[in-house]
Ligand binder design. Structure first.
Ligand code: KG4
Ligand code: ZN
Length: 401
């Protein structure tokens, strides 16, 4: 039986997930129970429903992860669980179950920050890919990297640096308001597309003209923001924004409003409302031009492509500017939005133009999963950094300084 087995549990948002990972480097199983069907009709995550679904799924999902890995609870060395950030009620389901399992089995419990988990999804993926090629010795893994975590809840740039077997993170940039994935989800809802919006917009954008609508992002001025001349958000008040270079700050609430204005100005509202039952009947994003046109007329496809092109352009501009300013040679892109096809193509092309290394997780490891939580727990396990018995959910948990 392999040693260094960690069971990871993740329940911070709308996926109940469990995974068994060996020494932070080899996934023995990764099970994800998605709640998309539950939240689809509401166009977003309903927190109460999410907690209820986690309660239903947690026991079978953990059992399935153990069974797929061909291990039992007694084979494990530790249990890792997401302690934040996320929805309080949702996090508590995972934490309570992880605590009970750890207590009953006499195993150490490790608390993992969800954002750190996303970064470790890339490291886990690279370890596995290199192990397959028998190149373990040539691992570029434990090197400084600039990490863009871009998901439904977060858009953050971190400088990740290894030291003494652990990783240290400093915040280089972040969004002042909405996360990029949130903009995808809100624009999708506005256009009568499914939840989560990312996969729908990703699929439809392929068939539109990305230059049809010239969306623009203004340069953010931190000072104006701090002086109250720009909208103050909860996120902006809690983070040390004054210390950050405004060139690496994001804002995605403006483009959402710009899309809304465009929809109203061009009378597309009724068309979006009429799309909802057809979208629900289709159930999943269209994959051919014919199917795309059956759901959206060409001008709407152009609008969708232009929105995506602008969002990705902004993510690229700031990420590569930060890499240049910090002299980072390696970029990691992770989180749900990192599953996006156009994002991957454009980031890879730009990185190669600049001679930088770039890495993404597999598509399955981009969105929420528990393998990334078990992988992120490994350095803590080796350092003996365990959670206290009174571990609780930290919905606004930050990463780095
Ligand atoms: O990482 P994740 O599963 O959960 C959070 O931690 O938020 O990310 C979910 C987000 C959603 O906003 C979803 O719309 C977005 O990732 N997403 C995508 C794609 N797949 C998921 N965005 C753009 N393109 C995609 N293919
Ligand atoms: Zn996530």
């Amino acid at each position: 039986m392999p040693s260094g087995l960690i069971l990871g549990i993740e329940s911070s948002c709308d996926e109940t997930a469990a995974a068994v990972v060996e020494r932070g480097a080899k996934t023995l199983s990764s099970v994800v129970a998605s709640q998309i069907a539950t939240h689809l009709r509401y166009g977003g995550v309903v927190p109460e429903l999410a907690s209820r679904e986690h309660l239903r799924a947690i026991v079978p999902v953990v059992r399935a992860a153990l069974a797929e890995a061909h291990v039992t609870l007694t084979d494990l060395d530790a249990i890792a669980v997401t302690s934040g950030p996320g929805l309080a009620g949702a996090l508590l389901v995972g934490i309570t179950y992880a605590k009970a399992l750890a207590f009953a089995q006499g195993l150490p419990l490790i608390a993992v920050n969800h954002l750190e988990g996303h970064i470790h999804a890339v490291l886990l993926q690279e370890r596995q890919a290199l192990a397959l090629q028998n190149q373990r010795a040539a691992l570029p893994l434990d090197e400084q990297a600039l990490a863009l975590v871009v998901s439904g809840g977060h858009t953050h740039l971190f400088l990740a640096e290894p030291a003494d077997g652990m990783w240290h993170y400093s915040v280089v940039g972040r969004t002042l308001d909405d996360a990029a994935g949130e903009a995808y989800d809100k624009v999708a809802k506005l256009l009568g597309l499914g939840y989560p919006g990312g996969p729908w917009i990703d699929a439809l954008a392929r068939f539109g003209d990305p230059h049809a609508v010239p969306f623009a992002f203004a340069q953010i001025k931190t000072k104006a923001h701090l002086e109250g001349k720009a909208p103050r958000t909860k996120a902006a008040k809690t983070a040390p924004i004054a210390a950050l270079d405004p060139h690496f700050l994001f804002s995605f609430s403006g483009i959402k409003t710009a899309v809304l204005r465009y929809v109203e100005l061009h009378g597309l509202r009724d068309e979006a409302t009429a799309r909802v039952p057809r979208m629900l009947a289709a159930g999943r994003p269209p994959q051919t031009k014919e199917a795309a046109l059956a759901l959206c007329p060409q001008p709407t496809l152009d609008l969708i492509a232009s929105f995506q092109h602008a969002v990705i352009g902004d993510l690229m501009k700031k990420t590569f500017a930060a890499a240049e300013s910090l002299d980072a040679q390696r970029i990691l892109v992770t989180g749900g939005v990192a599953a996006n096809r156009e994002l991957r193509e454009r980031f890879v092309a730009e990185a190669s133009r600049r001679g930088l290394q770039i890495a993404f997780p597999t598509l399955a490891l981009s969105t929420d999963n528990a393998a990334m939580i078990a992988a992120a727990a490994w350095p803590r396990f080796t350092a003996g950094e365990f959670a206290a018995t009174d571990l609780s959910a930290e919905p606004a948990l930050a990463l780095g300084n």
